[in-house]
Design a protein around this ligand. Structure first.
Ligand code: SP5
Ligand code: ZN
Length: 344
């Protein structure tokens, strides 16, 4: 299986996040990608650089003014005389208007951002575009039928980024851009299977009213964990998309037994949809040692997960999402891919 990476990720570094009342270095840090790269190389998987696709595929799923804001935010911050990471201090609360983006940088940040653990630094936008390029380069490999599967080493991750909102360490939704690109390049139905610990609120938002892209997610119950305000079982899609969103929330402490049972249900739903391809939002923050999560999967279980996903017998694009136990992240990703390839 080919691995696609982008050197641009490194520019998204040095940021701080607001966590438990403190400003701390980001959990989502460059060493994540470096550990993954080392592990896939040690496993003998071929690594290629992403091809540049430009903004057009991004604008198929994201709002143009939102993308322009992400592009300009660092410059606007500099022009306001600020240093350090670009972070919002205020948010557009539910009693306030959502139809009038302010002009001031602080107002814009609160308008487009939903979580204060997602800083923008000088290289963030280019890194986010590089991550999209990884996903698209992988999508092109499976769309052409040249490869059964590919792994996009996306950093920053993407599944919390919605049509016009960023947060959750995500800016542009790599998996959603790739799924839409597959739709635009000959695939009639595409499933997104999201196995990150957190609900993929951005991906759900983007495809909520669509019958051609199914979204199936296993995640920590939003009553207990981030992103808190989306991901309940009763969210099943709307309009033409009714029935094409599937949410399977799980309790804190979920172990492999409980996880595997629910993953089986998720895979049944994907099979019933009869997609032409599946995009897997692969977060390995379900790992027992993850510093911000509360499931208990061990490295060997990721191989079983990979084998179960292989059982779909579909063209498969793995897109990297979360995973913050940095020293274990490479092993957990490689275990998943090797399980898929039947090497474990
Ligand atoms: C892509 C991805 O995995 N994004 C995750 C974003 C999670 N951000 C919130 C982190 C909160 C960490 N604080 C832990 C407190 C537990 N109650
Ligand atoms: Zn996550």
């Amino acid at each position: 299986m080919k691995v696609i990476q982008s050197p641009l990720h490194i520019g998204h570094s040095g940021g701080v996040e607001f966590n438990e009342g403190q400003i701390v270095p980001c959990h989502e840090r460059p060493s994540r990608a470096e550990f993954i790269l080392k592990a896939v190389e040690d496993a003998g998987l071929p690594v290629l650089d992403a091809e540049p696709y430009g903004l057009d595929p991004v604008l198929r799923v994201h709002d143009e003014a939102f993308v322009a804001f992400l592009r300009d935010a660092w410059r606007l911050w500099q022009e306001a005389g600020r240093t350090g990471s670009v972070l919002p201090f205020t948010f557009a609360g539910r009693s306030m208007r959502r139809d009038r983006p302010p002009r001031d940088i602080d107002g814009l940040l609160g308008y487009y951002c939903f979580a204060a653990e997602t800083p923008i630094v000088e290289g963030t936008f280019d890194a986010a575009l590089g991550a999209v390029d990884c996903a698209l380069t992988g999508a092109a490999l499976i769309a052409g039928g040249r490869e059964r599967a590919a792994y996009a080493l996306c950093r920053p991750p993407g599944h919390h980024a919605a049509h016009s909102v960023y947060g959750g360490y995500c800016y542009l939704n790599n998996a959603a851009v790739a799924a839409q690109w597959l739709r635009d390049h000959g695939m009639e139905r595409v499933a997104v299977l999201d196995v990150d610990y957190h609900h993929g609120n951005g991906t759900q938002d983007i495809f909520y009213e669509r019958a051609d892209v199914q979204f199936v997610s296993l995640h920590a119950d939003p009553l207990l964990d981030f992103p808190y305000y989306l991901g309940h079982a009763d969210e099943t899609g709307a309009g033409a998309g009714e029935g094409f969103t599937v949410n399977l929330p799980l309790p804190w402490g979920t172990d492999w037994e409980g996880y595997a049972h629910t993953l089986g249900l998720a895979l049944d739903r994907v099979r019933a949809f009869q997609p032409d391809a599946v995009v897997v939002s692969l977060g390995v923050d379900t790992y027992v040692g993850d510093p911000i999560s509360r499931f208990t999967l061990t490295t060997d279980r990721y191989a079983e997960m990979g084998a179960m996903i292989e059982g779909l017998d579909l063209p498969t694009l793995f897109v990297q999402e979360g995973g913050y136990a940095v020293e274990a992240i490479g092993d957990n990703v490689v275990a998943t891919l090797e399980g898929f390839m039947g090497r474990r």
